[in-house]
Design a protein around this ligand. Structure first.
Ligand code: ZN
Length: 83
């Protein structure tokens, strides 16, 4: 008995073109956002937040998301290996 569930793949929305992309084909990218009050001195507050966004394959290619993810992975690996 094979459990084959076809169809109902979870759909995500491409951040760039708005197309619906199946979960398996979407490219995940962690988008960093920086909020700053732009005040000089002690009162300045900078907050780093981020969220995961998803792109379809063609947008990911166009926006070089693959390279960015690869580069990020490489950097994280290097950092982890350093004593
Ligand atoms: Zn797209």
């Amino acid at each position: 008995m094979g459990k084959k569930r076809r169809g109902r793949d979870r759909l995500l929305t491409c951040e760039s073109c708005g197309r619906a992309v199946p979960r398996t084909k979407a490219v995940e990218y962690y988008k960093r956002q920086v909020y700053s009050t732009d005040l000089k001195g002690e009162e300045n507050v900078t907050t780093f937040t981020g969220r995961n966004v998803y792109y379809c394959i063609s947008c990911a290619k166009h926006r070089k998301i693959f390279e960015k993810n690869k580069e990020r992975a490489r950097r994280e690996k290097e950092r982890g290996q350093r004593p």
